[in-house]
Design a protein around this ligand. Structure first.
Ligand code: ARG
Length: 451
């Protein structure tokens, strides 16, 4: 039978169904390394405050370190019968150092342990995710540089609006990713890793002792020591009650999911036969078991589809927290799966899109055909009249009527004789306006964009 951390008060054996129902080891084993860091810090605190002799402290410290090594070299096997990873580690420790392990839990509760480990895990995961965001940014930037002279029809309401540079369109996603990274950065900086809450009421150890030399333990996390400053808790009740950081992170990850979904949607539409703007590489598509001709953008569809999972995860944690009285309640154990799931989905989406984007090829000939649509230049005709001192709204109405005439009579504006054009406005000079139906002239005439 696996040892529990709380058996003393109970005379009955726990129902196997209850054990199965309450355990979290199947997912919180991801916290193992972070939990071990917390335990090594706790050993230092216990030594400083006289609860452990130097000798006991170094025995415990080294045993904890050897468990960390077993994780690093892949030999650590979580015991799925344990209630959670914290219990599992405690039991391994006992096997290694005997009853000395029982002293580790002095002035400590899993309520504090779990917040410590989760916060550390979040900071690490954000750090790694930010690198993936950067890689996708580079990939999109390279694609936009490769196509820097390509002009495409810009859309509003999914209708032809005005010509725009493809590079500007693609760089929108770089802007989104920049904001995404800033958002995560801000959240991470605001996560205060505290220690010393105990179960809820604090511990008999003086707060001064908790200003731990965490950097010593964190040496293995090269470069992180500064960001992962650990401080004594200022409100122990808040420390064990708070899951705001989980909600903020899943919210930021949901925003990333939404951005990646929009990028995917653009590529899905652009790769249809109807648009034919882009070619998605075969290595990133899949086929149909029935229709032999199919080359489907399943990767992009899944990125779009996973967005729902992210939103679901956010709503799940928000709802789980909303009715909880202070302080810790077991419900809070259920924050882990949505949190880990959200990190993992976004990380794989960033990775797969970084590769996919590198292979995207734009079909300039097809794009040029789309750019022949005269409606894309209607606004430029309005500006032309405005330059000739026609009030904007009047010019708008004139061009509106001209476009309607062109559609009703199936005649292109640039093919209309000058006397017909003059019926709409005597300011129209045919040889001037035919020059306006040019994508390059159109984009170059927009001066408001700071380049
Ligand atoms: N596995 C639990 C969690 O993740 C540990 C906390 C248990 N605390 C308690 N008071 N029962 O929340």
């Amino acid at each position: 039978m696996v040892k529990k951390l709380w058996g003393g008060r109970f005379s009955k054996k726990t129902e196997p169904l209850v054990e199965e129902f309450t355990k979290s080891i199947q997912y919180d084993q991801k916290l193992a390394k972070c939990d071990l860091i917390g335990s090594r810090i706790h050993v230092q605190i216990l030594k400083k405050s006289g609860y452990l002799t130097s000798d006991e402290a170094s025995k415990l410290f080294n045993a904890l370190l050897s468990i960390t090594h077993s994780i690093n070299d892949g030999t650590f096997k979580p015991d799925n019968k344990s209630e959670d990873i914290h219990t599992n580690i405690q039991n391994i420790l006992q096997k290694k150092v005997g009853d000395l392990a029982l002293k580790l839990h002095t002035a400590r509760s899993r309520n504090d342990q779990v917040v410590f480990a989760t916060k550390l895990y979040c900071k690490l995961s954000i750090f790694l995710l930010e690198r993936e965001i950067d890689k996708l940014k580079v990939s999109i930037k390279e694609l936009s540089d490769k196509n820097k002279n390509v002009i495409i029809p810009g859309f509003t309401h999914m209708r032809h609006a005005q010509p725009v540079y493809l590079k500007d369109y693609l760089l929108v996603y770089v802007e989104m990713l920049k904001r995404d990274k800033q958002r995560l950065d801000y959240i991470s900086k605001n996560i205060q890793i505290t220690i010393g809450a105990g179960a809820l009421a604090g511990t008999p150890i003086d707060a001064v002792e908790y200003s731990v030399k965490a950097s010593e333990v964190l040496k293995e996390l090269e470069g992180f020591a500064e960001a992962f400053k650990i401080i004594a808790t200022t409100n122990s009740l808040d420390a064990v009650s708070d899951r705001d950081f989980v909600i903020e992170i899943i919210s930021a990850l949901s925003t990333i999911a939404m951005h990646l979904s929009r990028l995917s949607e653009d590529l899905i539409i652009w790769s249809t036969k109807e648009f034919d703007f882009v070619e998605i590489d075969e290595a990133f598509c899949t086929g149909s078991s029935l229709m032999p001709q199919k080359k489907n953008p399943d990767v992009l569809e899944l990125v779009r589809g996973y967005t729902g999972r992210l939103y679901g995860n956010l709503v799940s944690v928000l709802t789980m927290m909303k009715g909880l009285p202070l302080t810790y309640n077991r419900d809070m154990q259920l924050d882990k799966e949505p949190l880990f799931d959200s990190f993992e989905i976004i990380s794989s989406e960033l990775k797969v899109l970084t590769r996919l984007i590198k292979t995207v090829k734009f079909n300039e000939e097809k794009i040029k055909e789309h750019l022949k649509d005269e409606s894309l230049y209607a606004t430029d005709l309005v500006y032309y009249l405005v330059d000739k001192k026609v009030p904007f709204q009047e010019a708008h109405t004139i061009v509106g009527k001209l476009v309607k005439y062109s559609l009703d009579n199936e005649i292109q504006i640039k093919d209309m004789p000058e006397n017909l054009l003059k019926k709409f406005s005597n300011k129209f000079v045919k040889k001037e306006i035919v020059k306006l139906f040019d994508p390059l002239v159109s984009v170059k005439s927009k001066k408001s964009i700071k380049r």
